[in-house]
Design a binder for this molecule. Structure first.
Ligand code: SF4
Ligand code: ZN
Length: 726
């Protein structure tokens, strides 16, 4: 049976290799062999060729050997007699297909044919890194690549919703019978884009290389593997990237060939048509090729075949609930009711209570619900008061739990939440209202999710929702007092004032030797974990990714070196890192995994340090873009002179304090200056250089060190007269 598959895959591969060859020949003729080619914003050239062959293709000419290699993999279409119950030939054809598809796509870029209408185009490294953290913390259990079109728009939507509800990232594209699922979703008004976990890659099968060459990069970015380690990279995607293909409609030769490529990466393909099945196989974890005709069962079947671990929180509300709905917006046309923002006064507060004062699961709505809105009105005031009791609950944890409310609200389909505290803004869509969503459901969600995620510290949870103006105003006074007390407590916290730091080892799943040591004045480099977060996380799950490190003996208070931190880091970095200084970029700096919000880099000419954040795509004075820098800084190693950090660390008193602190910063993108805003200005005042921010170069004055130097000299930047950094 698999013979049919092998033949089709090989036929497809041949056609695709031929297409790549013709296209490449044409391009070389028309544009000359040394014409530069490349995908946007990647440090991995043609990623599949880079991972599998170690090739660094930068010009048309350099693509030729890759194509030749692909050709050499092409077997003959297997004859009856020669056929063995072994996928070898088809697998080689799959590799040839992926390498050729990548060449076709990069040539389309050269000819300005990409991205296709409404499609994302090539998936950048930035996206890879920013979603990396979601993979690590399990918010995103896997990926689905859908190829083709469903028999009807309704079924297309149904399949996508089922995947979304399980928080699976969905790539949609290709076509069958002249239809693409992209258009089916578009016609059905489904919002697409990274925020919605639905990303259209292209309407043909060749463009399905995008999710594949995105996945293979994870092996090099997060798995610490080197370009050219083909076997290891393929094994990594099999073991770490829970992806699968879903072929809707006729599976033609191109799809078989591309599917064979996916199978090499450990990604099985599930089809809704009568294809020959291949099971079980050593290449994928379970079956490699499976059919399922029942659209109600197809998503669960995919999950089972790929072994995706999905945690579905079943919450009894009338709308779908899951992380995939987090980024969904409720626009004006869809708006049924709103609270806060400019529309009314609203607030949300989590507060700790004594167990006796709380009845777990009690949801009280005090005031009118949204079905009692007066004619023509769309807004009500809203106070959300969540009261928690628990033996392990501490007042310090309130802000951490409160920060999660944003997510908990947003997970409901048709509910949008923005902001926090007394500056929050909640919208409910007409669809959600029509499905029966009412205010008390918001309370049900909060109760369920706090138990689900914070069960270790919260024993009892009750929710009060106030919608009468007078009640909201009365409660607001108390809430504001609580916010103030909280801020005061936090601002007094320094590295000296605590006796324990915390580790974060979450990123070890892809950077096995990396550890963040987190202190009150130094956040994790991803920016997502503060000292309080890690402390709470440890209370919630003592055997999780965050452990206490008692401070003990300080070896050097300037560089920030502690014997206990060294011992801990050495042990948990598998003895690859012996010394760790918390406040220096030059002497035994912290390691960097891959999730850093910003990278610091030493610029020797300026005797200073530049910073670039992840969203800045342009060139920087150290001669590298963020992406290129990230390629050399990550992986869990120490790179003196370079350091990945969280944004907010720039405004800390302990910001590279051993190396001169903020005064060393000679360049940062304008956007980053603006993001850090007042906090940065305040720090500049504290260190006695109130106009420091203007003295720091940005892309509007310099993107090379040659341009930067005269600017710094003219501005009289303090770094120029500071002691040499190295
Ligand atoms: Fe990874 Fe560090 Fe963030 Fe933890 S704090 S998730 S180890 S980057
Ligand atoms: Zn990380």
């Amino acid at each position: 049976m698999s013979k049919i598959v092998a033949s089709a895959a090989i036929r497809g591969a041949k056609a695709i290799v031929k297409e790549a060859e013709d296209f490449l020949t044409k391009a070389i003729q028309e544009k000359s062999a040394d014409t530069k080619i490349g995908f946007p914003e990647t440090a991995f050239f043609l990623p599949m060729a880079n991972a599998l062959l170690g090739a660094e293709v930068k010009t048309l000419n350099e693509a030729v050997p890759v194509l030749n290699y692909a050709k050499s993999l092409l077997p003959q279409v297997p004859k009856e007699k020669l056929w063995l119950p072994y996928l070898g030939d088809a697998l080689d054809a799959g590799i040839a297909t992926m390498l050729s598809e990548e060449i076709i796509m990069v040539l389309r870029y050269l000819y300005n044919q990409e991205p296709q209408a409404d499609c994302n185009g090539f998936f950048t490294d930035t996206i890879l890194r920013s979603l990396g953290i979601q993979l690590v913390d399990g918010r995103m259990p896997g990926f689905a690549a859908i190829l083709g079109a469903a028999p009807s728009n309704e079924i297309a939507v149904e399949i996508v919703r089922q995947l979304q509800e399980r928080n699976i990232l969905i790539f949609v594209g290709s076509s069958s019978g002249g239809r693409s699922i992209i258009d089916q979703l578009k016609e059905s008004g489904v919002e697409m884009g990274w925020d919605n976990y639905i990303v259209p890659y292209g309407r043909d099968t060749v463009s399905a290389i995008y999710p594949l060459n995105w996945a293979i990069r994870s092996a090099m970015t997060f798995g610490g593997l080197k370009a050219g380690q083909a076997k290891k990279c393929l094994l990594y995607t099999k073991e770490r990237v829970f992806a699968f293909g879903l072929a809707l409609g006729l599976v033609d030769d191109y799809k078989y060939a591309t599917g064979a490529g996916a199978i090499n990466m450990g990604f099985p393909v599930i089809a809704d048509t009568d294809i020959p099945e291949i099971k079980p196989s050593g290449i994928t974890t379970y079956e490699a090729l499976v059919k399922e005709f029942d659209y109600k069962k197809i998503v669960p079947r995919c999950i089972e075949v790929r072994g995706v671990k999905v945690k579905v929180s079943k919450i009894p509300i009338p709308v779908l609930y899951g992380a995939a709905f987090e980024g969904e917006r409720v626009r004006r046309e869809q708006l049924y009711a709103e609270f806060g923002g400019k529309s009314s006064q609203a607030f949300e507060l989590i507060t700790t209570k004594d167990g006796a004062e709380i009845e777990d699961g009690k949801i009280e709505l005090i005031g009118p619900d949204i079905d009692q809105l007066p004619e023509g009105k769309k807004s009500l005031p809203l106070g959300v008061l969540v009261e928690i009791a628990g033996r392990k609950m501490q007042k310090e944890f309130e802000p951490i739990l409160e920060r999660q409310l944003h997510r908990f609200f947003n997970y409901s389909m048709g509910v949008m939440h923005i902001g926090q505290r007394d500056m929050n803004w909640i919208r409910i869509s007409k669809d959600a209202f029509a499905k029966g969503l009412r205010l008390k459901h918001l309370g049900i969600v909060l109760h369920a999710m706090i138990h689900e995620e914070f069960g270790a510290i919260a024993d009892k949870v009750q929710v009060k929702l106030f919608t009468n103006e007078a009640d909201v105003q009365r409660e607001l006074v108390l809430a504001r007092k609580a916010y103030e007390d909280r801020d005061e407590r936090l601002s007094g916290m320094t590295d000296e004032s605590v006796d324990t730091f915390y580790s974060c080892e979450l990123c070890q799943s892809f950077a096995p030797n990396h550890i963040c040591v987190i202190t009150p004045e130094k956040v994790g480099l991803c920016g997502a974990y503060s000292w309080l977060d890690t402390k709470a996380a440890y209370e919630i799950s003592p055997s999780g990714g965050n452990r206490p490190i008692p401070k003990g003996e300080c070896i050097d208070s300037v560089t920030g070196e502690w014997a206990s931190v060294n011992a801990y880091v050495s042990l948990r970095s598998n003895r690859t890192v012996e010394r760790f200084s918390m406040y220096s970029i030059v002497n035994n700096p912290s390691t960097s995994c891959g999730c850093f919000e910003c990278i610091l880099a030493f610029v020797p000419e300026a005797n200073g340090i530049m910073v670039v954040h992840r969203d800045f795509a342009g060139m920087t004075p150290c001669g590298m873009t963020f992406t290129t820098l990230a390629g050399s800084v990550g992986g869990g190693i120490q790179t003196p002179g370079f350091l990945g950090v969280g944004k907010i660390y720039l405004t800390s008193k302990k910001f590279i304090s051993a190396d001169g602190g903020l005064k060393r910063i000679i360049w940062m993108p304008k956007e980053l200056k603006e993001l850090l805003g007042e906090k940065l200005t305040k720090r500049a005042q504290e260190i006695g250089v109130p106009d420091l921010i203007e003295k720091i170069g940005d892309e509007t004055v310099a993107t090379t060190s040659e341009e930067l130097m005269p600017f710094l000299e003219k501005a009289g930047h303090p770094a120029l007269t500071m002691p040499p950094l190295i």
